[in-house]
Write a protein of this length. Structure first.
Length: 334
């Protein structure tokens, strides 16, 4: 009997230990999963911001039309007010002229009629200078003043029609905002046990980006942004996330490297990067993990990527930018 109790106690202890390990293991897995999801969202945030900054260097927008606002000039309203006042004064003068003609006619026909005409003229004159006349002028002025405001216009926003001026103030502001997210992102990457040299190099390159933007140096800014983006696929792969998405991010990294060399006319480097992107993309064409409804978008993206080679052969920046824009839009649909 005593031996049975001992065995029961041992069995109970074993069960408690096993349950404790199982609960702890599940809790650890849940915490690890949440940490990875958090880091993935941070990576996606930095990725989208880097893409926006890269595109802003050539004023590339995915929509073909932009809504632009402009203030209605108060000078136009002032001119309208003056025209209305002139019309009113001219109307008053014509009224006085007709009244004078009426007086002359009344005097020739008789004193009685002249008195009536004078009475009518007097009343007409008072009516012309009455408060109600002034009120009409005030209402017209107020009505024109209310026309002051904002005018909205729909303008084309394609690559060939885009402005060549870079909005550096906006770019600098976006970079400064990103600085507030760097410390938390760095700590999360350390917890994920990402290569420390990559983390340090990423932070250092971000400082280089700030310097280039401050100096408003387009070529250096593009180079820093492309280099910063090259760390995105490395960080994403550490999260053991979607492999297809990881491949697409790496493909875009090659495309951005090519894009960053346009201002230096380094077409050989551009071609090398696009070829690397094409080789990596070709793996997606036979990937069995891709859903059948996504395969069409994958194939279309491959066609658009190869179309960029035509622009490289022509060495035409505008055509390259058009096809680059179309490719990014298509990859975004996958």
């Amino acid at each position: 009997m005593k031996k049975f109790k001992i065995m029961a106690y041992i069995l109970l202890i074993v069960i408690i230990v096993v349950l404790s390990i199982t609960i702890y293991s599940n809790a650890t897995k849940d915490d690890s999963k949440e940490e990875k999801e958090k880091i993935v969202s941070e990576i996606e945030y930095f990725e989208s911001k880097f893409i926006d900054l890269l595109n802003s260097m050539n004023n590339i927008e995915y929509r073909n039309y932009n809504v632009e606002s402009s203030n209605i000039s108060t000078k136009e309203n002032t001119e309208k007010n003056q025209q209305n006042e002139n019309q009113q004064s001219q109307g008053g003068e014509s009224g006085q002229s007709s009244s004078e003609q009426g007086q002359e006619g009344g005097q020739s026909s008789g004193s009685s009629s002249g008195g009536e005409a004078q009475g009518m003229n007097s009343s007409g004159s008072e009516g012309g200078n009455s408060p109600s006349g002034g009120s009409t002028s005030t209402q017209n002025t107020e009505g024109n003043s209310q026309q002051d405001g904002t005018r909205y216009e729909l303008k084309s926003g394609g690559v060939l029609l885009s402005s060549q001026e870079i909005n550096w103030d906006d770019a600098k502001n976006q970079i400064e905002i990103l600085y507030s997210s760097i410390p938390g992102f760095t700590l999360d990457l350390y917890q994920l046990k990402v290569n420390q040299e990559d983390i340090l190099s990423f932070n250092k390159e971000f400082d280089n980006l700030s310097v280039a933007a401050k100096e408003e140096n387009k070529e250096n800014t593009l180079a820093s942004l492309a280099k910063l983006y090259s760390y995105i696929p490395k960080f994403f792969n550490e999260t053991e996330g979607d492999k297809v998405k990881g491949n697409l991010i790496e493909i875009k990294s090659y495309v951005f490297n090519a894009y960053s060399k346009l201002d230096s006319d380094d077409w050989e480097t551009i071609k090398t990067n696009i070829n690397s992107a094409s080789n990596l993309y070709s793996n997606l064409l036979t990937n069995v993990e891709i859903k059948s409804n996504d395969q069409y978008n994958i194939n279309k993206g491959y066609v658009l990527l190869n179309e960029i080679n035509n622009a490289i052969e022509l060495k035409d920046v505008s055509i390259f930018l058009i096809k680059y824009k179309n490719l990014l839009e298509q990859i975004g649909n996958i």
